[in-house]
Structures are given as C-alpha cells and as structure tokens.
Design a protein around this ligand. Sequence first.
Ligand SMILES: Nc1ncnc2c1ncn2[C@@H]1O[C@H](COP(=O)(O)OP(=O)(O)OP(=O)(O)O)[C@@H](O)[C@H]1O
Ligand SMILES: [Mg+2]
Length: 275
Amino acid sequence: MLILEKISKQFDNKLALDKIEGRVEAGEVVAVIGENGSGKSTLLNILGTFLKPTEGKLYYNNIDVFGSPESINEYRKLVTYVSENSQFISELNLKDNLSYFKYIFKSEKDIYSISEQVGIENFLNHKPSRLSKGQRQRLSLAISLLKDAKIVLLDEPAEGLDVETKAVVKNIVKSFKDKGCIVFYVTHDEDEVEEVCDKILVLKNGKTTFFGNVDEFWEKYEKFYSVTYYEGAKKTTKVVNIDELRSIQEKGKVSHIRNLGLREIINLSEELVKK
Ligand SMILES: Nc1ncnc2c1ncn2[C@@H]1O[C@H](COP(=O)(O)OP(=O)(O)OP(=O)(O)O)[C@@H](O)[C@H]1O
Ligand SMILES: [Mg+2]
C-alpha cells in the first residue's frame, strides 16, 4: 500500500503541490488528470523519488520512503517510470537496449515476449533513431516492463501517438494491474482510462479537487455529451446532459453524439458551479 501524507512541493516561488493526500492499494490504477501546470508530473516525479517533497511523507508498506537513503534505494528498485521523454541508449539497437536494461534491472524476463507485447519484435535490429515516435515510445514501455516493478508511473506515455500505441499502453496498464502493481497514469485520454482505472485524482493548481473511485466521480460530476442534430434544415451542435440529450433524440434527427472527456466534464462542472 502506498500512502501520501500531505505531500507538498515548493519550487522557488511556485507551490506546485499543496498537501496531496491519498491511499492506494496493490492492484489499483489511479488516473491523474488536470490541466497543464496543475502538478501531475511533479507528483509522479515525487512518487518516483526523482524529486523530494518539501513537506509531507510517502509511505510504501509502512516504510517512510524519504526517511533514509537506504529506504529510497530499496523503494527505487520497485518503481518503473515512463514519460513522454523516452529513455534508452541511441547507439544500441533495440535488442541490445533491451539486453542492457535487462542486465541493469537484474531481470529474468524474456525480451522477445516483451517485444511482442508492445509490437516491436520486427525492429529489434534497428537503432532507435530509425523508429517512429510511437515505436520509440513502445521501446520505452518494453524497458519499463523488464523491471519487476510494484509501482508503475506513466506520465502521458502515449500522448499524441497513434491508436495502436494507445491500445498497447492500455493493455500494459491492465497487465500491471493484474500483477498487483500500483499504477499512476497521467493521460489526456481520460475516457480510455475510465476502462482500466480504479481511482481518479484530479489536480488543480497543485491541489486535489477530487480523489476517489470512478463511481464516486460520477456522483460528483454529471456526464455531458456534445450532440450535433438537425432542427429542420439547420445543423446545431450543443453540449447537453443526459436529459437534454434524450429530449433532442425524441424530437429530431441526431447526426453525431460525442461523450465529453473527464477533463472537459470537470471544467464544465466548475463553470456551472460558478454560475
Ligand atoms: N523544476 C521546476 N522549477 C520550477 N517550477 C517548476 C518546476 N517543475 C515544475 N514547475 C512548475 O510547477 C507547476 C506544475 O508543473 P507540472 O509539470 O507538475 O504540471 P503538469 O500538470 O505535469 O502539466 P502538463 O500537463 O503541462 O504536463 C507548474 O507551474 C510548473 O511551471
Ligand atoms: Mg506533465
């Protein structure tokens, strides 16, 4: 179990995180969402021990992670982290990259089956520079899979990438979950996450505005839809709740319905509260 106790991070004159609290059990996936600059990456960097909190504590199975250099080192062995900025050695081909990290992580895992899992098995003799952005990101994911991690930190690993790479990430999240890992998943693809996440953490300006499970989220926030429909010959697009959607559907010809993403819904709910 991972416990976040009033974790704050101050950068010069910016309070990037303000007393973040939370408790996450083994096998739980936490989606971290919030607008740009809300503190998502700062939080993941603290959970990965790349940054030290200015205040507060992080406990993993009752061990105070930042309590001593030894506890930081022990904890680090259990953490794997993938961000948009991929990490690998550009001089080595994919197979050698994987072999190198396998050695570093003292991993028993099979690099071929991991390559297949992320769909890079046909590029093992290529250098990373020959790969597309999505393929490179899959290499980073493959490297993260080599480690026998208990805590998995994914900071927008498929941001701006193709549907296949996003599907790979989703499957990886599922397999980490099945293995009992704790996963923190920062993403802009919130709807995709809804399928695999147990909890949602919403950050705004460094503060938690929501932390709970998916059902609790829908108790607090209403679902909204963007609907395009015809009123006679006139085509209109509108954001509506479920009742309004039903009445539009009864009345006329609907051309398109899109579920709003979690982030859009959060912003909209805040607007409604203000009004
Ligand atoms: N090393 C740093 N030094 C000073 N300020 C920083 C540093 N890192 C982050 N910040 C600031 O802390 C705040 C939170 O940044 P963070 O990168 O955690 O946001 P984010 O939610 O990940 O945003 P994005 O969606 O753009 O990735 C921002 O105001 C940012 O400018
Ligand atoms: Mg970020």
